[in-house]
Design a protein around this ligand. Structure first.
Ligand SMILES: C[S@@+](CC[C@H](N)C(=O)[O-])C[C@H]1O[C@@H](n2cnc3c(N)ncnc32)[C@H](O)[C@@H]1O
Length: 282
């Protein structure tokens, strides 16, 4: 079956100008143009995210000659490639999409694919967070940072990078988070009048889920304390609810609001006796 015909487009939600070669290279479509259940789900998730990112890009292009987006923990770069294909390609001004990834095989794969498809404003770099902050290979100003399912503390690395680069917008879909849960597990009890709070994570499943939840709460407060207006919402169709949170942050809070967020962040860390994490969320 040819993937470009109308019924296939409707069924798989393939857009008119979308590159079938790209979808095949990403193994979203098989060689004969079919799509399995997993791929359809992945594509829907990425489309949904693209819908949130598109208005940010449009707004930036209203005042800028080019837009720079960095995708942290880009992996196979489903998001980056599809964003470029659906939005970047159609712009009269350059939308630069740059993936940062710790796995060389994935960086090489994406770099080769971008060349093959002639997606000229895409690049991929093998860089740690500290290297990425310092790197002269990256644009001096970055407008948007995205991180889709950057596992455990990689979302925090994306935030650290975005704060260091004074990025205007962040779009984050965090993955599982084990770091805070591991601190909670060590802290079986809390001293003093707040001792009842330890009930929240007494059972391992609760420490995992509460750890994941409180991590995103702390990330939100951290971003607010740096002046970002934050929206937290649900992304559709994930199998695991812990991966279903979408955090969108854009510069816009005043200093009073920032100070309040900083105060709440510190109080929360103190109440939960998570002092070791102060530097992570500062
Ligand atoms: C679960 S995958 C998600 C990949 C991609 N964003 C997606 O949704 O298909 C997470 C990726 O983040 C990368 N990663 C983890 N920590 C990172 C860091 N600090 N900097 C850059 N990449 C990182 C991993 O190598 C992995 O490829």
């Amino acid at each position: 079956m040819k993937p470009t015909n109308k019924s296939t487009q409707d069924k798989y939600e393939i857009k008119e100008h979308q590159s079938i070669d790209l979808l095949k290279e990403l193994h979203i479509l098989t060689r004969d143009g079919k799509m399995n259940q997993d791929s359809r789900r992945k594509l829907k998730q990425v489309y949904h995210l693209v819908q949130f990112i598109e208005p940010i890009i449009t707004e930036l292009f209203a005042t800028k000659e080019s837009v720079q987006l960095i995708d942290f923990g880009s992996g196979k770069s489903y998001l980056g490639f599809i964003l470029y294909d659906l939005i970047g390609k159609l712009q009269s001004k350059p939308l630069e999409i740059i993936g940062i990834e710790l796995r060389k095989d994935l960086v090489d794969y994406c770099q080769t694919l971008a060349l093959k498809l002639q997606f000229n404003n895409m690049a991929f770099h093998l860089l740690s967070t500290d290297e990425a902050i310092q790197s002269t290979d990256l644009p001096p100003t970055v407008d948007i940072v995205t991180a889709l399912h950057a596992c455990n503390t990689a979302t925090d690395d994306a935030i650290r990078f975005a704060l260091a680069k004074h990025v205007e917008h962040l779009v984050l879909v965090p993955c599982c988070q084990a770091e805070v849960a591991s601190f909670l597990r060590k802290k079986k009890s809390i001293e003093g009048e707040d001792s009842y709070l330890a009930q929240i994570w007494r059972h391992p499943i609760h420490s995992r889920e509460f750890g994941s939840h409180i991590t995103n709460v702390l990330r939100t407060l951290q971003l607010e304390s740096h002046g970002y207006q934050v929206t937290v919402t649900e992304l559709v169709g994930w199998e695991h609810s812990m991966k279903n949170e979408l955090i969108i942050a854009s510069k816009g809070l005043n200093s009073k609001q920032q100070n309040k967020a900083r105060e709440d962040l510190n109080t929360l860390l103190n109440k939960l006796q998570l002092h070791e994490l102060v530097t992570r969320f500062n």
